[in-house]
Design a protein around this ligand. Sequence first.
Ligand SMILES: [Zn+2]
Length: 433
Amino acid sequence: MDLTIAGSAPPNNNKRKRENEGKHGKEDRGSDSDSDSDHPETETDTPKPSKAPKDLTKDFRKLKIEKMAKFTSVAGDLIHRSQLTPAPAGGFPAIQSDSLTAIMENVTPQTNVLWGEEKKKGSILIIVPHYLDATVPVQHNYVKLLQATTKGLIKAGDSFKIFPATLIKAKTKHTTPLPFILYGEEADKLNILGTQPMWITPTVSFSAILATATPSLFICTLEGYYELDPTEANEKSVGDTVGRELATNAEIIKWAQYEPERYNALPAATPLHKVTEEIAKLITVRHLKVVERQQEVIVWRLYLTKHFTSRPEYFKQFVEKVCAITFQRLEGAGKAKKTNYECACCHGRDHPTGLCPYKQVPGFFDRDPNSYRQAMEAKQDAASTSIQSAGPSGVSIPANNNSSRGHFVSIVGTEAGDRKAFKGKRGTKRRRT
Ligand SMILES: [Zn+2]
């Protein structure tokens, strides 16, 4: 899930600033020498305006133009350029575990029945707006905004409808994304939105999920290997540990072999006694550095490289079985985290919000795109409108503004450059040693 952002590096702000400073300094010197020659040191009472103020206004104008260039006018509103985000090369990263099944577990049975009925009539699409607080009733204006945006994106007709789900009461503030149903339009048109997991528009951003449920590829996060370094070799090694255990674990074997639908995505010729071996081959591991109780720890995320079953309910059973296993190694006992992370940004479950891969996407929002919350926060200091919040693990990262991203991109340089880039950005873990 590493994103290469160097290719689309935004302009180096530091460099531009330095250039401006340099230019300014030079002009100042120039005007000094001018005034020296034009007006000898005799005049004291009425100092004529030197060239300096004139140059300054020029500079201000230039600065203003530079600042304005960051904005684009959309329907009469000035929108920050970064909010018109193109998809990164290679597409947006997958939203791990933000599957239809996971989403639909949080809506009331009535909603489930209603949406199921609509599904029978024709195609539906489900979208989950980012940043929307699902613990308070959604505002009518917001629904209208979301409808206008999605309608515009797919050029839908008048029969196109959008409606929020009724949620099962959320236990915590971050854990329940609010899904919306999109229906009343041809499947082809709705599926345009389904082609990309994430949509960023000047008004709203959301994840799109096709109504045909597919299992997630994310299994769980292992913790407990405290002496294991975060290297690629160790990722492979943890994968081997897990794979060996899954292939030979009696519970898993019994479960997998019980019902052919549980491995219906494996090659049809797979013999019964090879099923768990084949599943074990699909295991892949990625490490993640998180801060828990003021300590940096490494956790290991388990994924499948591809599905072994097409049925989400069976994958869920498999995950439950895996979570009950202790994967013993010399470095410790690896066990699944009891509660997954729940990213408040993309609703993925394999990382805390602070480490959301979407935030590495060039041009990701500088600010909360929820215009209603924006209006409320406008009175506050701009710096405090950062969308980041401490993740469940307590990870805190600096505001995701363009300049910091620029710094991150331009850090591939000298050590001195590094220090400059991270000036005043303590708390980031990206400082190199
Ligand atoms: Zn995320």
